[in-house]
Design a protein around this ligand. Structure first.
Ligand code: ASP
Length: 339
């Protein structure tokens, strides 16, 4: 029996056309996919049965908002029983946010959900669109059941959805997963790493009820010169429920600036989640490593461990949508508050 796959086309460079104001999403990718398949032996083995769902309007992923994550997750869950796997075509700019969001918001498990996109549109010389699409379809059709999960396929890599990040605007390997081993490699053959099973940051599947409004999660990057006034003005916004603080190295921040740390503490005491992640690509937060990180722990901030910024933002939206408070969010993320 051929595998049945649903291809969800949201937009992005992969199907864009040149316009007078630059590349913009276009609507005929479904036809291109059909043509691609009819053109000949696109697939190495077991050609799957493909159906496409094209979003209206198609968007550049710079326009993605949390409500789109929920829409894609809902489309997948509603058709979960009808397909063996799903391929989501998405722009690269915010693909890592959407992949991480889907790993939370798609609560049904056991089938592959593969996100991909391209650096150059279909039909452009040396475009990676065709190869990425075929690789994503092959991964979705052949991923071992033991590791079936939401993942990203791009260039030569198969990556964990909630640890992937965009590392290049021009290379064909535009994404990497420096904080978590690859789930597989794509070369002449596709090699899966079946020992790298699904690692779920949310062991208790929770139903997401109410997506908090845009702006409920805010992202703030530490830099030399950041002021307490800035932190306060951001955290005093009444819409805010959680702050992702991109700290230095292993979760370090200004340790001599007691005013800054007091502002973090005051924010936490108002019931706002402060989740600390690390700025370097391969950084992991470990508060106890430097005295400069201990201050955040003492102020009640949560260690984001090896979470990427994209994963931190999207997981907070998900956990807030589940109605959890600060302590429950810390438990769900698997990191102890202040660890
Ligand atoms: N701006 C495009 C997008 O994210 C970039 C891409 O797809 O590569 O939709």
């Amino acid at each position: 029996m051929p595998k049945r796959l649903l291809i969800i086309y949201t937009g992005g460079t992969i199907g864009m056309k040149q316009t007078i104001s630059g590349l913009a999403p276009a609507g005929d990718l479904a036809a291109e996919i059909t043509q691609l398949i009819e053109m000949g032996p696109a697939f190495q083995k077991n050609p799957p049965l493909l159906h496409t769902l094209s979003y209206e309007p198609l968007i550049d992923s710079s326009d993605v908002k949390p409500s789109i994550w929920v829409q894609i997750a809902r489309d997948i869950e509603q058709q979960y029983d009808d397909y063996d796997g799903f391929v989501v075509l998405h722009g690269t700019d915010t693909l890592a946010y959407t992949s991480s969001a889907l790993s939370c918001f798609v609560r049904r498990q056991g089938k592959p959900v593969v996100l991909t996109g391209a650096q150059l549109p279909f039909g452009f010389p040396r475009s990676d669109a065709r190869s990425n699409l075929i690789s994503a379809i092959e991964v979705a059709a052949n991923m071992p059941a033991s590791m079936a999960q939401v993942c990203v396929v791009f260039g030569s890599r198969i990556m964990r959805a909630d640890r992937v990040t965009k590392v290049s605007a021009s290379a064909y390997d535009a994404f990497d997963s420096p904080r978590s081993p690859l789930l597989g490699n794509i070369g002449i053959d596709i090699h899966f790493q079946p020992e790298r099973r699904l690692i779920d940051d949310h062991p208790t599947p929770l139903p997401a009820r109410n997506l908090p409004p845009d702006g409920a999660v805010v992202l703030l990057k530490l830099y030399p010169g950041i002021t307490t006034r800035l932190l306060r003005s951001v955290c005093m916004d009444p819409e805010i429920k959680a702050v992702v603080l991109e700290a230095y190295g292993s979760g370090n921040g200004p340790s001599r600036d007691l005013e800054f740390l007091n502002e973090v503490r005051a924010t936490v005491e108002r019931g706002i989640v402060v989740l600390v992640v690390s700025q370097p690509l391969d950084g992991v937060v470990s508060f106890g490593r430097y005295a400069a990180g201990t201050g955040f722990a003492g102020a009640g901030a949560i260690s984001g461990g090896d979470l990427t910024t994209e994963a931190a933002v999207t997981k907070l939206y998900y956990l807030l949508a589940c109605g959890l408070d600060t302590a429950e969010i810390a438990t769900q993320l698997g990191f102890q508050a202040g660890a």
